[in-house]
Design a protein around this ligand. Structure first.
Ligand code: HPA
Length: 295
């Protein structure tokens, strides 16, 4: 079969990095830092402030890291920050890579396997999401208990292509993607902090973006069982589960998704960033409390 070079460049094609490429980046990072991180946190839109809570920090801009893509979205800083949070050695991604920016799916998820090879066992993912569930208000926090990989329905899965057994099995299980113990610990943390009025759990649905949903699409997602919708997180979670990392995910509900043709509301990125700023602190405190509980 002849493979057209342009076809290989298509983002859905499943370009792949080799095991050694991930390993080289992991070894490069380990040589740059003194700590040996156990937990990685991916900071979503407007949630990069977590890195400021780390002590004894080493900050590495993405452009310095071999093979790391660069972030292009306003509100995403593009730095990897290492340090201690509540005494736990952590890596914190300030800015993530989104599929809608044009990265092939292997680049969106590149850091995950690097983290795994650095010895990180727990991944915490955060994001800004639109609320579909009627009970959710702007500024609420949703602990992700499951996801819908909608781009995956159309063939866009980060594991597409030949399988690298050193990372994981060909057909990984996803029915336990979001660690039950970590979810319970986060619920306990939200009680400790008095957040019970604005904490929920629910299903996160990923769309590729960058356009927001039409009303018909939003209604469809709700019927499908999604509680919140966003444009990230799911590819990273799939890769992390493939290589056996424990995953905890959390969404900040930055806007209510428009469901009604008579509504004057329109989704916009400014509102998303504004809400993130408003409730970011509470969300970061919750993560910090949770990290303190992780063994
Ligand atoms: N839809 C999709 N992605 C989002 C939204 C939304 O309403 N809010 C924040 N990210």
């Amino acid at each position: 079969m002849n493979v057209d070079e342009n076809d290989l460049l298509h983002p859905a094609h499943g370009l792949q990095n080799t095991y050694n490429e991930y390993k080289e980046t992991a070894d490069w990072l380990l040589a740059e830092i003194r700590i040996r991180p156990q937990i990685a946190v991916i900071c979503g839109s407007g949630l990069g402030g977590l890195a400021d809570l780390l002590s004894d920090k080493t900050t590495i801009p993405y452009e310095k890291i071999p093979r790391f893509p660069k972030s292009t979205v306003p509100g995403h800083a593009g730095k990897l920050v290492f340090g201690e949070l509540r005494g736990k050695p952590c890596a914190c991604m300030q800015g993530r890579f989104h599929f809608y920016e044009g990265y092939p799916i292997n680049e969106v998820t590149f850091p995950i396997r690097v983290f795994h090879l650095m010895g990180i066992e727990t991944l915490i993912v955060t994001n800004a999401a639109g609320g579909l569930n009627d009970e959710f208000k702007v500024g609420d926090i949703m602990i992700i208990n499951d996801h819908i990989n909608l781009p995956g329905f159309a063939g866009l899965n980060p594991l597409r292509g030949s399988n690298e057994e050193r990372f994981g099995v060909r057909f990984p299980c996803m029915s336990d993607a979001y660690d039950k113990t970590l979810r319970q610990m986060a619920l306990d943390s939200s009680q400790d902090l008095g957040y019970q009025d604005f904490i929920h759990d629910g299903v996160y649905c990923m769309l590729a973006g960058p356009s927001y949903e039409t009303i018909a699409e939003s209604r469809l997602l709700k019927i499908l069982g999604a509680d919140a919708v966003g444009m990230s997180t799911v590819p990273e979670v799939i890769l992390a589960r493939h290589c056996g990392m424990r995953v905890f995910g959390i969404s900040l509900i930055t806007n209510k998704v428009v469901m009604d043709y008579n509504s004057q509301e329109k989704a916009n990125h400014e509102e998303v960033l504004q809400t993130s700023r408003h409730r970011a602190e509470a969300l970061l405190r919750l993560i910090s409390n949770l990290v303190g509980k992780i063994n």
